[in-house]
Structures are given as C-alpha cells and as structure tokens.
Design a protein. Structure first.
Length: 80
C-alpha cells in the first residue's frame, strides 16, 4: 500500500506517549499513529471503500455508447 507523508500538530503529552509506545514496541511512531487512526475509523463506522464513489473517486468509466444513452435518458441535462 502506498504511504503518504502528512504534517499535523499534536498535543505534546500525546506525542510523548506515542513516542514512548513506539520505543517500547520497537516500531515507528508513524506505525503507532496509523494503527490508532485505523482503529478509530473502524470504531466510528468509517470505511476505506463505502460505495461506488469511494471506490472510483467519483470517476465512472463509460464507453461512448453508454454515455450517449445516459445523456438521452436525462433530457435537458446539458441545456442548463
């Protein structure tokens, strides 16, 4: 899985706790924070892919025939 560098501001006490835990487990702080974020998102019901928009990032692949048919079905869509 690709990883992305992020920047954020944390409470000093929270960061120190994460740093100590990373030393204790011999893991990177980013791994500890990533695991905590994954657990939070799972517990709150957020999913990585929760539908066609999430899975396609809002892009649907259509051939020209399907697109023409959709536009015909949606009369007046392009008149606005």
């Amino acid at each position: 899985m690709r990883r992305r560098k992020v920047s954020t501001i944390l409470d000093e006490h929270l960061f120190r706790r994460a740093k100590l835990e990373s030393v204790r487990q011999r893991r990177q702080v980013s791994a500890i924070l990533g695991e905590a974020l994954e657990r939070y998102l799972t517990d709150t019901g957020s999913r990585a892919s929760s539908g066609v928009v999430a899975e396609t990032w809002g892009v649907l692949k259509l051939n020209r025939r399907m697109l023409d048919r959709m536009l015909q079905d949606e009369e007046g869509l392009l008149d606005a």
